[in-house]
Ligand binder design. Sequence first.
Ligand code: ADP
Ligand code: MG
Length: 217
Amino acid sequence: MLTATNIQKYYGQLWVLKGVDLEIKQGEIASIVGPSGSGKSTLLHILGTLDKPDKGEVVVGNERINFLNERRMAAFRNQHVGFVFQFHHLLPEFSALENVCIPGWMAGRSKKEVADHALSLLQMLGLEKRIDNKPNQLSGGEQQRVAVARALINKPAIIFADEPTGNLDSANARELHQLFFTLRQQFNQTFLIVTHNEELAQMSDRLLHMKDGKIVQ
Ligand code: ADP
Ligand code: MG
């Protein structure tokens, strides 16, 4: 469902991605590990349309995403891609429920339908009692689960997670891992996860090792 071919990226003179080839299947949970600075976040941003490669192409479903213009790329990102970052990036002035709803509203869905969907996701993630709380009134684990619900709201083809457990203690990290596998079971949700967490890496269907801008194993 995602194919990347010969992805290359420069930051000025710095050659950061040196030809990455990658295929992700529907319903797969793949992890990327590798040293800091090896290009993991850069790769995730390119696959998720937050950035463009200098060479190579990315196909998600039937769409060659790096050939879209900025506007269509932004629309594609909102509707087909979910992101979970190390720091949740929730909007502090909005409630948990609103944070989950916002990408759905941006996609032009009806207010009511999005709110119902957001409620069911928050319920499934065990957050039904926290829907009116602002992010700073939630624990780190709860904030990260809200971020996962937000990533799910438009039923994305794939969720990209960049060190999603990097800011969590081990109990909360384990809970988030369980959640990823539950979502795969229930929705056949596809994940590509950058992680330093050995346990999550080992649980994945496939483990990709990145080094110096390449997938080496
Ligand atoms: P990782 O996520 O594996 O730690 P990154 O993809 O963040 O690696 O970074 C890869 C390399 O690209 C690093 O050398 C980093 O300093 C550099 N880099 C990342 N983002 C930028 C940027 N916006 N401008 C210039 N250099 C960058
Ligand atoms: Mg990184």
